[in-house]
Ligand binder design. Structure first.
Ligand code: KIV
Length: 276
């Protein structure tokens, strides 16, 4: 049975400015997905900095082959559940596929994820012109935005699969330009997914805002993983960029704590989890 508000170690709430301070001070940011209150509490107890209600829930919770079937109602439902399990951890929620198709929809999604869901920040994929406008529209209304570049899963059909991005020089340069553009539009955080190590290093050095990598090498300001991947319970093959932190440990709590330690010490990701 779920016990509301079980006691967790006291710590200062993680905020948008405190993430920025972590980048300035060279302290790595630990981010992990969660989709319900019980797992949210595990993240909270382990001192994870940022919980992400990713639309990856479409794959690992709902069993779809992509994130595209996830709706705004699904996202609000799971975000509100996660919010009930958190206290100090900063909560970020994804805008689902097509919720960013114009400013009105992006604002409605942002308002619901923050107002009904309890998120402190929303994540939006890409850097096309209408996305930059949406980032600006959300940011000026005091809804902090996490941008998401590189292998953006909502573009799976355009990419022809979940493929590493930015391997060629021109494509890498383009992603650096996109990172500067989302920052200029008002993003406060950037998730960089599925790019070579050198591009992860370039993007992290190019922008002032913290860059959280997933399959983007060790030079980012922090790391994020899908919790099912790092517990080794995702059906099928584990992605190369992930690691099973439950292997050799006896609890979910120990696995999450080991992940947080490995991110903070720089031990994760290692070369075997990265793309060259
Ligand atoms: O949806 C998600 O979980 C994500 C992460 C992979 C960054 O966007």
């Amino acid at each position: 049975m779920y016990v509301q508000n079980p006691s967790v170690p006291e710590r200062k709430p993680v905020t948008v400015p405190s993430l920025q301070a972590m980048k300035s001070q060279g302290r790595r940011i630990v981010m992990l997905t969660a989709y319900d209150a019980s797992f949210a509490w595990q993240l909270e107890a382990a001192g994870v900095d940022v919980a992400l209600v990713g639309d990856s829930l479409g794959m690992v919770v709902q069993g779809h082959r992509s994130t595209l079937p996830v709706t705004l109602d699904h996202m609000v439902y799971h975000t509100a559940a996660v919010a009930r399990g958190l206290s100090a951890t900063l909560l970020v929620a994804d805008l689902p596929f097509m919720a960013d198709r114009d400013i009105a929809h992006a604002l409605e999604a942002g308002a619901r994820l923050v107002g009904e869901g309890g998120a402190a920040m929303v994540k939006i994929e890409g850097a096309a012109a209408h996305i930059l406008e949406a980032i600006d529209a959300l940011a000026v209304r005091a809804i902090p935005v996490c941008a998401h570049l590189g292998l953006t899963p909502q573009s799976v059909h355009k990419f022809g699969g979940f493929r590493i991005q930015g391997r060629e020089q021109a494509a890498a340069d383009h992603i650096v330009d996109e990172a500067l553009a989302v920052q200029a539009a008002g993003a406060d955080l950037l998730v960089l997914e599925g790019v070579p190590v050198e591009l992860g290093r370039r993007v992290t050095a190019a922008v002032r805002i913290p860059v959280i990598g997933i399959g983007a090498g060790p030079h980012c300001d922090g790391q994020v993983l899908v919790i099912h991947d790092m517990l080794g319970i995702t059906p099928g093959k584990r992605p190369k960029f992930s690691k099973d932190f439950l292997a050799g440990r006896d609890s979910v709590a120990a696995a999450i704590a080991a992940y947080a330690d490995a991110v903070r010490s720089g031990a994760f990701p290692a070369a075997e989890h990265s793309f060259t």
